[in-house]
Design a protein around this ligand. Sequence first.
Ligand code: HPA
Length: 289
Amino acid sequence: MTEGLAEAVGTIRARTPLRPSVGVVLGSGLGGLADAIEDAVEIGYEEIPGWPASTAIGHAGQLVLGTFGGVPVAAMKGRAHLYEGHPPAKVAFGVRVLGTLGVRTLVLTNACGAVDTSLSPGQLALVSDHLNLQGSSPLVGANDDELGPRFPDMSDAYDPALRVAAHEAAARLGIPLGEGVYAAWLGPAFETPAEIRMMRALGADLVGMSTVPEVLAARHMGIRCLAISCVTNMAAGVLPEPIEHERVLEIGARAAGSLTALLRELVPTLAFSAQSGNPPSGFPLREDP
Ligand code: HPA
């Protein structure tokens, strides 16, 4: 078994009998949802053996287990990034722990830059697919056959039924929700304008420095994924102004309210749609070429 997984799961199980079916990964400044979890048991990442500390600004380091709209959930408040120097397997460790705890549906959130100029800062957008430009994967190395297959399929990595459920929840709340292809960049430097033009030519609409290693690990385990990006800035070169991390956090904090509202509306429906396997309705999803 993957190193450290059993110890981490044992530590969490010793703290709570809750068996989460839905996992949530809360990105930069987007941890607000965790405060709405009922009967919450909070476990600091430093208390869980093998769990990488999150050092990024705007990232707390806590796993919160409890119920949300009646659904047993585990929320990661803060995540590890490759740019912090963690090996890919460490970046994916939390997701593998959640999967081993019983999570079958994973909602990932992140802050991103908009490559697509029809998106604007403060807006939320679903990830329809990704481009892995990070040059690494948590699946590299000996395969753990207990977790999943050597060559996992990545078609529909961002589950169509979950995306339909998210669009419907957003429509009920009147929250505009875009959709697009997310390019994952290693960082920690923001991209150059030339790199953004390259990504646009490759078909990217959104750019960020997270999510993809976690989705690779989750899909390896057969966990269904939904990723919601919060556009905090136009990508480099789109506007004649620099990208500042403080501003990214500020816009993220402003959009966090609508993200939390969307998750509150959506998460209680996910345990159901995860079982049904079919899109709840004919809500049109973005067609990627
Ligand atoms: N690039 C990469 N990651 C990001 C950005 C960006 O412009 N904004 C927020 N996270």
